[in-house]
Design a protein around this ligand. Structure first.
Ligand code: ATP
Length: 320
């Protein structure tokens, strides 16, 4: 394969830039031409792209966001949009595509490879960590570290006022950001979409912790359950302790990627291009048990994300 394209799609995630860099540099290493496609599938449909070289990706390894920009593209759900995307690729002589994004972006990639025969490699770039086939997605580690920074600060003020803090974190329908932030910050309780909760039980646990000498409580709420405002209001009506809600919000998507995310970015980008160079498409790359893996894209998107109940129990045991 001599000419490939790369795009970032869906929600942005820290490490996408480092991954674009790895894709471009690996392609150039093998003497391939590489086009950076702007704004996800929109750039493919509208033929908005630029040829990239070694120096196009200088000074981005440490930057959050994506230099190619990203978008949610409704046209890509339609047959006309998909055909236009394929036409752009054919007109440009682009033989293979690297798609960096979440599960939705992977469905677009699956469609291009399965229905139209475009060799495509998916790289899991999303803070949500909601893809079953890979232990970690690109951006998750940085997002959790951003949450930790905020939770640490909240703990200072909550302890001073002996309050309960309800911290809403992202993750869509997946509770992983809440689970990992909860364990790593020492939060007492996490509330995630995968497990139903009982507010009376939460109040009991808070009362027990106060009786055991705690001066504040941290509850991590996954956005898939509801908002911190609604949850705090409900909790406040059932306790005499003062409750404050905080939404971490879009800061979770930004910031310089962590070492872990930069390492994933380098390895994912490198493997994706090596596969295309060998004429292999229709795969996704990931990390499993600390090993870089690739897998059939159809199999990967059909896997249902499992929640880590053992980690949840660990939190329950060590948090009080
Ligand atoms: P994140 O997890 O960060 O939200 P994502 O990749 O899951 O990222 P989506 O908005 O679900 O984000 O998908 C991104 C884009 O992928 C969509 O806007 C659309 O262009 C394309 N896409 C999603 N699903 C499909 C599909 N079934 N067929 C074709 N294209 C799709």
């Amino acid at each position: 394969m001599k000419r490939i394209g790369v795009l970032t799609s869906g929600g942005d995630a820290p490490g996408m830039n480092a991954c674009i860099r790895a894709v471009v540099r690996t392609a150039k290493y093998f003497g391939m031409e590489v086009f950076g496609i702007h704004q996800g599938y929109s750039g493919l449909i509208n033929d908005d792209m630029v040829e990239m070289g070694m120096r196009s990706v200088s000074d981005i390894v440490q930057r959050g966001g994506t230099m190619l920009r990203t978008a949610r593209c409704v046209e890509m759900y339609t047959v006309e949009g998909q055909k236009q995307a394929v036409k752009t690729l054919n007109d440009r002589g682009i033989e293979g595509l690297v798609v960096i994004g979440g599960d939705g972006s992977f469905r677009g990639a699956k469609c291009l490879s399965e229905e139209y025969g475009i060799p495509t490699i998916g790289i899991p770039g999303t803070i949500d960590n909601d893809l079953e086939y890979t232990d970690y997605t690109l951006g998750f580690d940085t997002a959790v570290n951003t949450c930790l920074d905020i939770i640490n600060k909240l703990r200072d003020t909550m302890t001073s006022h002996e309050r309960i803090s309800v911290v809403e974190v992202m993750g869509r329908r997946c509770g992983d950001i809440a689970l990992y932030s909860g364990i790593a910050s020492g939060a007492e309780i996490i509330v995630v979409p995968e497990i139903s909760y009982d507010m009376e039980d939460i109040v009991l646990r808070i009362n027990r912790s106060r009786a055991n000498g705690k001066h504040s409580n941290i509850i991590i709420l996954a956005e898939g359950v509801g908002t911190s405002a609604d949850f705090s209001k409900k909790l406040q009506s059932m306790t005499t302790y003062s409750v404050r809600g905080t939404t971490v919000g879009h800061v979770q998507r930004g910031g310089s990627p962590s070492m872990a995310d930069r390492m994933l970015a380098a390895q994912f980008g490198n493997r994706a291009v090596r596969l295309l160079k060998d004429g292999i498409g229709n795969r996704v790359v990931g990390i499993h048990k600390n090993e870089l893996i690739d897998m059939d894209i159809i199999e990967a998107v059909s896997m249902k994300k499992k929640f880590n109940y053992e980690l949840y129990e660990t939190l329950q045991m060590i948090s009080m």
